[in-house]
Design a protein around this ligand. Structure first.
Ligand code: ADP
Length: 496
């Protein structure tokens, strides 16, 4: 007999010694104006903890701290910065269980996914520890005999990092890893829904031995005062943001005031294409992994699933059969494969996309509504949903759904599906399944996306560049190019 897990007891135990605050200079402190805000559990609606709410004065204090720490941190030999990053990564892995439970409590994702995210998040620190040691310059042959031309690469300075709620740890380390490796110091602002995972990383950085001021983390209920301060301050030389395209556009405008460098990872509208010649079972598995990871709440989740006519019926049946097996529930319960949506606004979007599709002729094959309510459920649990006969003129194919809804769209030819896949202002990730090697290259080259998964539904990894084209963003994170975003190129001409 299995003993039912008491999720409220787990929450109490996990938060028992929580002493979170505004993290500046390696200390957790109250907000300057004494304000606090509540962090809640999306699976139950329960209050998890009230924490200090950083405002403009705290943002200024954090920049002061980062600016004071910058010269010594930038001057530290790269190998020593790398050692500290490796220590922090090891501590994250050592504390995986606690960090993962905390993440599930504030974000909702099943524990298995949360554990996976902690390891993934730590991998960015390890990867960029390696890159820190390979920040090479250049010596250029001069056109005259009495000159030596050199290129140095130096840290950009203090950076501000703004992250979303869907990957509370990994989105932060994907920015912090390269920033710290390059010799920058940072002021971080996690999403208002999920500040605890970020603050817990503050503890990791203290325990790993990072000097005060190198990393500062500001939990805020309102991003605007923080944003106003960092964009007005000349000492902040770069902003890196992951979030919605709408906010990304605001930040591009804000960056003009003090001409800051800016990197943006924004929304997607990922096509997932299955050709007639695909390995059907692999495609079913891949489509489920890509569509339903994090309950459909990632910017690289399959948003439009195109299936070639010859296998449309067979694929739909197998796909719905497997999706129907996915268990929905509190992420702390071992049987849960799908957790809650982050909030009621997310649920409303899911409802709107489904009702619009049905009104325009789509057919409901599975799911379609919220899970039946009970005392523990605040209305954020949604049945995994499969829609067939979806067309390009429906909202669900035009906007990112960010929920557990899979729209299946039939197509006839390669030409037609490439045109449909590219017919969007977004260009983050695209996927396709085929056994034809020539088609792999043909289609990959023509898809207007920054990331392509060919017979691979989960291409993201620290070793490879992640980022979008068109309105999906600017710059790349991860890979050998990820650190470039945090380095300035300085040209030195030496007359001899
Ligand atoms: P989502 O729709 O995923 O919540 P957002 O773009 O609204 O995406 O939020 C992503 C991150 O950006 C969060 O940390 C949020 O607080 C922050 N944010 C939202 N609006 C602004 C803004 N105007 N300026 C700076 N940060 C913002």
């Amino acid at each position: 007999m299995t003993i039912p897990v008491d999720t409220r007891t787990i929450a109490r135990q996990t938060l028992a010694d929580a002493a979170y605050g505004v993290f500046i200079d390696n200390t957790f402190r109250p907000a300057a104006d004494g304000r606090t805000f509540e962090v809640t559990n999306p699976a139950t609606g329960d209050l998890l903890v009230s924490i200090p709410d950083a405002g403009a004065a705290d943002a200024r204090a954090a920049i002061d701290s980062a600016a004071a720490a910058l010269p010594a941190w930038a001057a530290l030999p790269a190998q020593q910065r790398a050692d500290l990053l490796r220590k922090a990564a090891a501590l994250m892995v050592e504390r995986k269980e606690h960090l993962a439970t905390l993440m599930t409590l504030e974000q909702g994702k099943p524990l298995t996914e949360a554990r996976g995210e902690i390891v993934y998040a730590a991998s960015f620190l390890t990867w960029f520890a390696g890159e820190a040691e390979r920040v090479y310059g250049q010596i250029i042959p001069a056109s005259v005999a009495n000159k030596r031309l050199m290129v140095l690469r130096q840290p950009v300075g203090v950076v501000a990092l703004i992250t979303p709620w869907n990957f509370p740890s990994a989105m932060l380390t994907r920015k912090l890893g390269p920033a710290l490796a390059a010799g920058c110091t940072a002021v971080c602002k996690p999403a208002e829904q999920t500040p605890l995972s970020a603050l817990e990383l503050g503890r990791v950085f203290i325990d790993a031995g990072f000097p005060p001021g190198v990393v500062n983390i500001l939990p805020c209920s309102d991003p605007i005062p923080f944003s106003d301060v960092i964009f007005a301050d000349d000492r902040v030389r770069k902003v890196s943001f992951t979030g919605s395209t709408e906010v990304g556009k605001i930040l591009i405008r804000s960056s003009a005031a003090t001409v800051k460098r800016i990197s943006l990872e924004l929304g997607g509208n990922a096509p997932f294409i299955i050709f007639d010649d695909a390995d059907l079972e692999a495609a079913v598995k891949g489509a489920i992994a890509s569509k339903f990871r994090n309950n459909g709440q990632t910017c690289v989740c399959a948003n439009r699933i195109y299936v070639q006519r010859g296998i449309y019926d067979r694929f739909s049946a197998r796909f719905a059969e497997e999706v129907g097996k996915m268990r929905v529930g509190n992420g702390l319960l071992p049987e849960s494969v799908l957790g809650p949506l982050i909030d009621m606004a997310a649920r409303l979007k899911v409802e709107r996309h489904i009702s619009d599709a049905l009104a325009h002729g789509a057919k409901l094959m599975l799911g379609g509504s919220a899970m039946p309510d009970d005392a523990n459920v605040p209305g954020t649990f949604w049945q995994p949903t499969v829609l067939t006969n979806v067309r390009a003129d429906m909202l669900i194919t035009q906007e990112e759904t960010f929920g557990p809804v899979a729209p299946l769209i039939p197509f006839e030819t390669e030409e037609e599906v490439i045109a449909a896949a590219n017919d969007t202002p977004f260009g983050l990730a695209a996927y396709f399944y085929t056994r034809d090697v020539s088609r792999v290259m043909r289609v990959a080259e023509r898809l207007e996306y920054g990331i392509i998964g060919a017979n691979d539904a989960l291409p993201s990894t620290a070793q490879a560049p992640f980022g979008g084209v068109k309105q999906s963003g600017l710059g790349r994170e991860g890979g050998s190019v990820g650190i470039d975003e945090y380095l300035e190129v300085k040209y030195l001409s030496l007359g001899i």
